[in-house]
Design a protein around this ligand. Structure first.
Ligand code: GLN
Length: 544
């Protein structure tokens, strides 16, 4: 695509910092800005720097940090990367997510290799140099006109300091027309005073300035519109031009934010500051077609989501977003009935699942709650309710079938019971010698060959697909014959290894289990075919 009057060949950098509180939605603001710039013809990517010591979020409990998002190249990353992909419709990679742990790990490896021989290794310059290097990695590929870098955490946190210093230095190195800083802040409304308050923002901007960094743009999260006088005040006391004070009012859905930012001219202000042309208007045509369908559903389906982290919905972020995309395609609202797998028993399964139009058993690790998941599978199978099993949810479907149809009582996965009599789900041979927990699962994109007589082939309309993985255990092929003879079909297999990727029950209206994670690849412009097909089946169920 021709670049709008873009004579510069160097990548421009946009940094997004956060002030006042966490959870203001830097990821969504970054993704929305990127979307608008992409629509204007620029090639954009987004990166997230996380100031914690874990090498990646792969070892974090979802209660701590929400879902762990997986990229094609097998990186276990922050869930914000999911937003980047869903908004931009382009894949991210390991380079798009860096943690303090990873920064220190590479500096320490360099030290051991003798690369700093004779020098004292310090936060400044060694850690900050490594941060600067990581920030520029994507820019230096030559693939992007603009790289947006989201700095995790809140300005003023001890662990954010080296990042802010690295940004200050990059600004110095690359020049002001090549780097800008957007500070996302909160302008709270005090009901008792009936007023919006600017003081927290003033303080957080002062904090940034103490580190030698002046924000160029303030994006202000607010529950009420910012008046001109509030904007004037923020501009005066925060040393930011008034047109660069951008209101970010609470939205009905995150998918409204690109439009809201367009109305506020965030993209125009950014391009002007970066000396880039802004002639081509963002159309957001397909985006808004999706939004219209999403906001005007013609019907509703209810889908039970069975998981053990349901108290924190962010643990299943990509799944619920994939429902939103697939719901819009079907012009249907997908209502999620959250069900804790530990609370599902033989006694209450009918009561808890009655009336749902589809059942999804979610991914997960360890044995907590698995008996409840198996009960949910049985209910779906016996009552012809559309069933979608993802990763652990596929494994549970195999176990349920082995127990209740094949009569292999107590069949299990060796993850749950190491000495189970019937290990229908088992560890892969190459996994048996692995002792490290971090980054050692079967991760990232793997091919899968589909059986042309299957629900999945109907959905994908293609016989070779590639999907992302994150698991250690597999369908045990020693039971393949027995299970398929009993009526469960394996309709997707890895063409190189013969590992089973998909199981189906052909006699059931819609019963599909996948060993991979389709939810990671669903985007606004490309809703995932399996989610579309599952929601369609739920819709059919609701009408029967
Ligand atoms: N715990 C299972 C495994 O490791 C499933 C993992 C998942 O659901 N992502 O194989």
């Amino acid at each position: 695509m021709p670049k709008p009057n873009n004579t510069m060949h160097d990548t421009k950098y946009v940094f997004v910092t956060g002030g006042v509180t966490s959870s203001l939605g830097k990821g969504i603001i970054g993704a929305s800005l990127a979307k608008l710039l992409q629509e204007r013809g620029y090639s954009v990517t987004i990166q997230k720097l996380d100031p914690y010591i874990n090498i990646d979020p792969g070892t974090l409990n979802p209660y701590e940090h929400g879902e762990c998002y997986v990229t094609d190249d097998g990186a276990e990353t922050d869930l914000d990367l999911g937003h980047y992909e869903r908004f931009l419709n382009i894949p991210t990679s390991q380079a798009n997510n860096v943690t303090t742990g990873r920064i220190y790990q590479s500096v320490i490896h360099k030290e051991r290799r003798g690369e700093f021989l004779g020098k004292t290794v310090q936060v400044i310059p060694h850690i900050t140099d490594e941060i600067k290097h990581r920030i520029q990695l994507l820019g230096k590929t030559g693939d992007y006109d603009i790289v947006i870098t989201e700095i995790g955490g809140t300005v003023g946190d001890i662990e954010s300091l080296p990042y802010v210093e690295a940004v200050r230095q990059l600004r110095w190195d690359l020049g002001e027309e090549n780097t800008i800083i957007i500070h996302l802040t909160l302008v709270p409304y005090l009901a008792a005073a009936g007023e919006l308050k600017t003081k927290p923002t003033q303080h957080s901007v002062k904090m940034l300035m103490q580190s030698g960094v002046n924000p160029d743009i303030l994006v202000c999260r607010t529950e009420h519109h910012l008046t001109e006088s509030i904007k004037r005040k923020l501009a005066l006391f925060c040393n930011v031009k008034q047109e660069s004070i951008i209101e970010s009012i609470d939205a009905e859905t995150i998918y409204d934010v690109p439009n809201l930012m367009f109305d506020e001219k965030l993209d125009v202000v950014v391009l002007n500051k970066l000396n880039l042309s802004s002639d081509k208007k963002p159309g957001l045509k397909k985006w808004n077609e999706f939004l219209t369908k999403h906001k005007n559903p013609k019907s509703t389906v209810e889908i039970a989501l069975i998981g053990k982290y349901v108290e924190l919905h962010d643990s299943y972020k990509s799944i619920t977003e994939a429902f939103i995309h697939a719901g819009a395609t079907n012009e249907t609202k997908v209502k999620v009935r959250w069900i804790h797998s530990e609370e599902l028993t033989t006694k209450n399964v009918v009561k808890k699942l009655q009336g749902v139009n589809g059942i999804l058993v979610a991914p997960g690790f360890g044995d907590r709650g698995i008996e409840g998941k198996i009960k949910a599978v049985q209910y779906a199978r016996e009552n012809n309710i559309p069933y979608f099993g993802i990763c652990l949810g596929m494994q549970m479907a195999v176990i349920e079938y082995a127990r209740n149809v094949l009569g292999l009582a107590n069949a299990n996965s060796t993850e749950m019971k190491i000495d189970t009599e019937y290990p229908v789900i088992d560890l892969m041979e190459e996994q048996k010698t692995i002792t490290n927990k971090g980054g050692t699962m079967r991760l990232g994109a793997w091919d899968c060959k589909l059986d042309e007589k299957s629900k999945v082939f109907e959905a994908y309309k293609n016989d070779l697909i590639s999907e992302r993985h994150r698991h250690r255990y597999e369908f045990n092929n020693n039971y393949l014959e027995q299970i398929t003879n009993a009526g469960m079909k394996t309709t997707g297999v890895n063409p190189k290894t013969g590992l089973v990727e998909i199981i189906e029950l052909p006699k059931h209206p819609w019963f599909v289990g996948v060993q991979y994670h389709p939810e990671y690849k669903s985007t606004v412009l490309n809703p995932h075919p399996l989610f579309i097909s599952f929601v369609k089946a739920a819709l059919k169920q609701s009408k029967s």
